[in-house]
Write a protein that binds this ligand. Structure first.
Ligand SMILES: *Cc1c(COP(=O)(O)O)cnc(C)c1O
Length: 391
C-alpha cells in the first residue's frame, strides 16, 4: 500500500522535535550536530532568537493580505536586497523552484520584447540543479530528474560543465540567456572558478545575452560574501535566491536589473503568497544579521578553520575521503567510500550531513556554527571514518 506521504524521499529514521542553534533534538533527548542545515536553509541555525521574534511579532500582527495591496515588510525586504546587491527590482516567491520559473519567464520576455520572439533559449550546464518544476527539471536536464516526465519544456541547451568550447558553440541567434549556479550544490559542490564567471559575464555582454545566476543554495552569506558572485567581481542580470534568505521560513526571490526586468510589466506575473508579511519579516531579520561585514568575515574565518581540519581528516583517512572542495561554509567531501555510507556512518555519530552527486558529502552548517562545534563535527566525521575503515 502506498504510504500516506507520497514516497519520493528515502527518509532517515529521525524525528526531530526541537532545534537549538547547530543542534537538532529528538523527543528522547538525543542531540544531533546539524551540518546540513535543512540543505543550506537554516542560515542562522535553529530557533535563532531574532528570527523567532520577527516571526512571532509578525504572526501576532498580520499573516496575509495579498499583492493586491501594499505590503510594508515586502517593501522593506526589497529595499534591503536592492541596496545590498546589483539589483534594481525584486519579485518574491515561496521557493527556489518558483524563482527559477520567473527567471525563465523574465529572460524569455526580455528576448521577446528586445530582439525577436524567437530569442527564447537558455543555456544551462550538466550537473546543475534548478528545482523540480517543469521548467526546473528541463533546465537541469538530467536523466534522473526528467525520465518519465516528458514532453519537457523546450528552450534549454545543455552544455558540459566547464567546457568553454561547447558553450561557445551552443550560442545561436535563438539564445537569450545563460543560467548557472556559481557553486553547484546538488551537483556535488562544484564551484565555477572566478575567472570563468568573469568570462561568462564578458561573453554575455559580447553576445547580448542575459547572465542568470542561481544562488538559491550558494547565496545569502554561505560563501562568506552576501552573494557568491561577488567573489568574482561581476554582477548578473537576473539572480535567483531562496533557501538561506528565509532561514527556515519558505521564501524565495528573483532579483534583476531594470533592463532585464523591463518586459515584466503589469499583469505579466503574480503569486498569491509570494512576498507575504511572515516570510518578509523573517527575510529582513536574516539579512540584518547575514549582510553585516563582521558576520561575513566570521563565516570566512570559520570556513577556513573547517576546511583546514577537513584537509587533516582526508590526510588521516585517505581510504574514505579523497578531497575537500567548495567555498565558505559550502564544502563538499568527495569520498572514496560510498557517500551514502559516509552519511550513514555520520548518523551513527549523531552528525547530520547531506549527500550530493559525484560521490560527495555536503557540509552546509548554519553560518552561526561555533568554533567548538566545528571541532566536534570533525571529531564525529573522524569517528565515522574509523568505523567505515574497520567495517
Ligand atoms: C534547492 C535549489 C533549488 C530549488 O529550490 P526549492 O526551494 O527546493 O524549490 C533551485 N536551485 C538550486 C541551486 C537549489 O539548490
Amino acid at each position: 500500500m502506498i504510504p500516506t506521504i507520497l514516497p519520493t524521499y528515502a527518509r532517515a529514521p529521525f524525528s526531530f522535535v526541537k532545534g537549538e542553534g547547530t543542534w537538532l533534538i529528538e523527543a528522547d533527548g538525543r542531540r544531533f550536530l546539524d551540518l546540513g542545515a535543512g540543505i543550506a536553509v537554516n542560515a542562522l541555525g535553529h530557533a535563532h532568537p531574532a528570527l523567532v521574534t520577527a516571526l512571532t511579532e509578525q504572526a501576532q500582527a498580520l499573516w496575509h493580505t495579498s499583492n493586491l495591496y501594499q505590503i510594508p515588510k515586502q517593501q522593506e525586504l526589497a529595499d534591503k536586497l536592492t541596496s545590498l546587491s546589483f539589483a534594481d527590482t525584486v519579485f518574491f516567491t515561496n521557493s527556489g523552484t518558483e524563482a527559477c520559473e520567473l527567471a525563465v519567464k523574465m529572460a524569455r520576455k526580455y528576448g521577446f520584447e528586445k530582439d525577436a520572439p524567437e530569442k527564447t533559449d537558455i543555456i544551462t550546464f550538466s550537473g546543475s540543479f534548478h528545482g523540480r518544476s517543469a521548467a526546473g527539471i528541463a533546465a537541469a536536464g538530467s536523466e534522473k530528474m526528467t525520465r518519465g516526465f516528458g514532453p519537457l519544456l523546450p528552450g534549454f541547451t545543455h552544455v558540459p560543465f566547464g567546457d568553454h568550447d561547447a558553450l561557445n558553440a551552443a550560442i545561436t541567434e535563438t539564445t537569450v540567456a545563460i543560467l548557472i549556479e556559481p557553486v553547484q550544490g546538488e551537483g556535488g559542490i562544484r564551484p565555477v572558478p572566478d575567472v570563468c564567471l568573469k568570462g561568462l559575464r564578458a561573453l554575455c555582454d559580447e553576445k547580448g545575452l542575459l547572465l542568470i545566476l542561481d544562488e538559491v543554495q550558494c547565496g545569502v552569506g554561505r560563501t562568506g560574501k552576501l552573494f557568491a558572485h561577488e567573489w568574482a567581481g561581476i554582477t548578473p542580470d537576473i539572480m535567483m535566491v531562496a533557501k538561506g534568505i528565509g532561514g527556515g521560513f519558505p521564501i524565495g526571490a528573483v532579483l534583476a536589473t531594470e533592463e532585464a526586468a523591463s518586459g515584466m510589466t503589469l499583469g505579466t506575473h503574480g503569486s498569491t503568497y509570494g512576498g507575504n508579511p511572515l516570510g518578509c519579516a523573517v527575510g529582513c531579520a536574516v539579512l540584518d544579521h547575514v549582510a553585516r561585514p563582521d558576520f561575513l568575515a566570521d563565516v570566512s574565518r570559520k570556513a577556513g578553520m573547517l576546511r583546514q581540519k577537513l584537509e587533516g581528516l582526508i590526510a588521516a583517512h585517505g581510504d574514505i575521503f579523497e578531497e575537500v572542495r567548495g567555498t565558505g561554509l559550502m564544502l563538499g567531501l568527495r569520498c572514496k567510500a560510498a557517500n551514502g555510507d559516509v552519511v550513514q556512518a555520520g548518523y551513527d555519530q549523531q552528525l547530520l550531513t547531506v549527500g550530493a552527486a559525484d560521490n560527495v558529502v555536503r557540509l552546509l552548517p548554519p553560518l552561526t556554527i561555533a568554533e567548538d562545534e566545528i571541532a566536534e563535527a570533525v571529531t564525529r566525521l573522524e569517528a565515522a571514518a574509523r568505523s567505515l575503515s574497520a567495517a
